[in-house]
Design a protein around this ligand. Structure first.
Ligand code: HEC
Length: 410
């Protein structure tokens, strides 16, 4: 019933939406303050991931032309998924009416207008948004980031020191200097096995991962966090010691989160210069589950990606389509409502690579590109965050999930 009510109320809202904006009607106080707070400030504040603050009318009027161009062209706010994808919990897009009002306002000279109520201040999230963690795993040594130049991608293993099983309800990757943290991927491995699980992904402006009560992810003794770190200099020298924090569940959960890496396997071979090299892979779920979050992954030669779900009756849906892959903006896509995946459902990833010189990110169009962890190698895959009742059968996925062989209810 709840769904029906939501649909009806949404329809009812449409005719009441604000009339098309005119230069006179849009002001900072009546419209833009909210758009800035909700859509830009998360990254564009002092010490945030964006290169400058966008918190006041002056911040905007001082760079009106550049902002108009970035918004008009869709470069800002950064968002990669197609309009038909989702719906997602955190959607970076400006709605069409927001975009139009922002552009109209910039063109009109950024009028401030009159405040009718106290302005809601933007409060940047600093430190642990999950609360004080029960376990913090930092990289062993701070990394020296020069003021300029290119910092190679880093891979760092950090042991958790865990000697018992813990149930994790909240996860956050914390960068000491958000201005230089371009993205961080965290996986967990267990020495002596090939088993790896996706844990979390940090990107400028990303929010911590918090599971609802009764849902948690298991970390087992000996767990090691594998960080992939991408730092970009911001004009000042820094020493950065990125960490990941875990908050434990209050009690044993009913639903267990399992994060699997599903990929194309080790068979990638992208010819030199190929502009449209397509690969796909698929997996049939052997048991019922729910998908909470999907994170498609490629490196610099990625061109586009699509994740399809084929229901047992053959119906195909495309929960995520990334028409233009941007290696700098690898988002984790959390669904507004988890996707129910009945036993027998197929998930399929379709990725296209551009190894031609037309790809501005391509480090070497003359190379044949194969699988590998380095940024100049490639990967075609998706990290799948699922949950199902704690006592339900495991959902193995990639070969790497089956090799470790502990058989201990991973
Ligand atoms: C998820 C974080 C994030 C959000 C949200 C965001 N930005 Fe940005 N913005 C950045 C980063 C990071 C850069 C630096 C360039 C880059 O890395 O692509 C940037 C650069 C810019 C630039 C410079 C563009 C250029 O060509 O160099 C403009 C203008 C801009 N942002 C405007 C906005 C506006 C306006 C909004 C809100 C409507 C917004 N941004 C929302 C992160 C963000």
């Amino acid at each position: 019933m709840a769904v029906e009510t939501a649909a009806i109320s949404q329809e009812a809202v449409v005719p009441a939406a604000p009339a098309p904006a005119t230069a006179v009607s849009v002001t900072w106080h009546n419209r833009i303050a909210t758009i800035s707070r909700e859509r830009c400030a998360r990254c564009h504040h002092e010490g945030g991931a964006g290169p400058f603050a966008l918190l006041t009318p002056d911040d905007f009027s001082g760079a009106a032309t550049m902002i108009s161009e970035a918004v008009e062209s869709g470069i800002m706010p950064p968002w990669v998924a197609s309009a038909a994808s989702g719906p997602f919990r955190y959607d970076g897009r400006l709605r069409p009416d927001e975009k139009q009002d922002l552009l109209t306002w910039l063109k009109a000279g950024c009028p401030v207008g009159v405040a009718t109520a106290p302005e809601v201040p933007f409060v940047p999230q600093r430190g642990w948004g999950i609360g004080e963690p029960d376990l913090v795993v930092p990289i062993a040594e701070a990394v020296a980031i020069p003021p300029s130049g290119v910092v190679d991608y880093l891979k760092v293993s950090a042991p958790t020191g865990l000697d018992r099983v813990v149930w994790v309800q909240a996860i956050q990757i914390l960068c000491e200097h958000p201005t230089i943290c371009h993205h961080v991927l965290a996986r967990v491995s267990y020495p002596g096995t090939a088993h790896q699980e996706f844990v979390d992904f940090y990107l400028p402006g990303s929010v911590p991962t918090i599971y609802p009560d009764g849902m948690a992810m298991m970390l087992r003794p000996g767990a090691v966090i594998e960080f992939d770190l991408h730092y970009t200099p911001d004009g000042v020298a820094h020493r950065e010691r990125t960490s990941i924090g875990f908050k434990f569940a209050k009690g044993p959960p009913q639903q267990r989160v399992r994060c699997r890496i599903l990929d194309h396997g080790g068979k990638l071979s992208i010819p030199p210069g190929a502009a449209n090299h397509e690969v796909s892979y698929e997996f049939r779920f052997p048991a019922d589950t729910h998908i909470r979050r999907l994170t498609p992954h490629m490196h610099l030669r990625g061109k586009s990606a699509r994740i399809e779900i084929v229901a047992p009756d053959g119906a195909v849906t495309t929960p995520i389509e990334l028409p233009q892959w941007l290696p700098d903006w690898q988002f984790s896509y959390e669904f507004m409502e988890p996707l129910f995946i009945p036993k027998g459902t197929l998930i399929r990833g379709i990725h296209v690579f551009d190894n031609s010189k037309a790809n501005p990110f391509n480090p070497d169009p003359t190379a044949r590109v194969r699988n590998g962890p380095q940024i100049w190698d490639e990967m075609a895959g998706v990290f799948i965050e699922m949950f199902s009742p704690v006592d339900s059968p495991l959902v193995p996925i990639a070969e790497r999930d089956r090799v470790g062989g502990e058989g201990d209810g991973r």
